[in-house]
Design a protein. Structure first.
Length: 255
């Protein structure tokens, strides 16, 4: 089980008090603690119990007004030099919508949280972002997955009946989130046929995208929704994203 704890450069104190089996520092304010023994987890009062999120609807292209914006030719807004972080269920890396005219993938790096596998090709000389080769059939994800649709909306090529994406020249850093722990499903009474994702994993994915993008202009898309929050904008994830949005060259979008 994974919990979120406030962090203030007090790692030794945290380890002595909580005795986690493993941990990961996220940004400057939070640390994720993992425990192999889940017994009695509801009673740990001074830890933040993570919420669960589900993917949001994907019918958003027309609502953006991007087509009208592109008619202003002087703006020339096509995503050149911009990196987009897409954190979602999965992305079909071999989708024709996500392959450039030269045969290269629009997805420059892709992390599968469930397996821990990071898929990349070669070495890049530009910042910390590497190039990604088009994957073979063994690595192919569900082409109708939510993440694939989101990536196509953002930077897809106009093939297979789809319109050109909002920023077709942008590059993508993708993260496939692991499914929430069964104990979270039981705790929140979430139907098992719903794909739910843990708040701690989303925060960890955002941190990963930030590190991979380096100093390049970055937009992070979090297409998730939940009814478990406070609806006041003062939750852990909201605070974490507010900090990130204050950084230069970075913007977080939550539809």
């Amino acid at each position: 089980m994974r919990y979120i704890v406030s962090y203030n450069n007090n790692l030794q104190q945290i380890q002595e008090v909580y005795k986690p089996d493993s941990y990961k520092i996220i940004g400057d304010r939070y640390i994720i603690l993992e425990f192999n023994n889940n017994s009695g987890f509801e009673e740990i009062e001074d830890m933040f119990f993570p919420r669960c999120y589900a993917t949001a609807m994907d019918d958003v292209l027309e609502a953006t007004g991007v087509e009208e914006l592109r008619e202003i030719s002087d703006l020339n807004l096509f995503g050149n030099g911009v990196v987009v972080g897409i954190i979602d269920d999965s992305i079909d890396l071999s989708s024709p919508n996500l392959i450039n005219a030269d045969g290269s993938s629009k997805v420059v790096i892709y992390l599968d949280q469930e397996s821990g596998e990071e898929i990349a090709r070669g070495n890049s000389t530009q910042d910390s972002v590497v190039d990604l080769s088009v994957t073979n059939g063994d690595r192919r994800e569900n082409e109708m997955s939510h993440g694939t649709v989101m990536a196509s909306i953002i930077c897809g090529e106009p093939v297979n009946g789809r319109e050109q994406g909002i920023a077709p020249n942008a590059e993508v850093i993708g993260v496939s989130l692991r499914r929430a722990d069964d104990m979270l499903y039981d705790y929140y009474n979430i139907p098992k046929d719903v794909n739910a994702y843990c708040e701690a994993d989303i925060m960890e994915a955002v941190d990963y995208v930030l590190k991979q993008a380096g100093n390049r202009p970055l937009v992070i898309l979090l297409p998730f929704e939940t009814n478990l929050g406070t609806h006041t904008g003062d939750g852990l994830l909201e605070d974490f994203l507010s900090i990130i949005n204050s950084q230069l060259h970075t913007f977080v979008a939550v539809p």
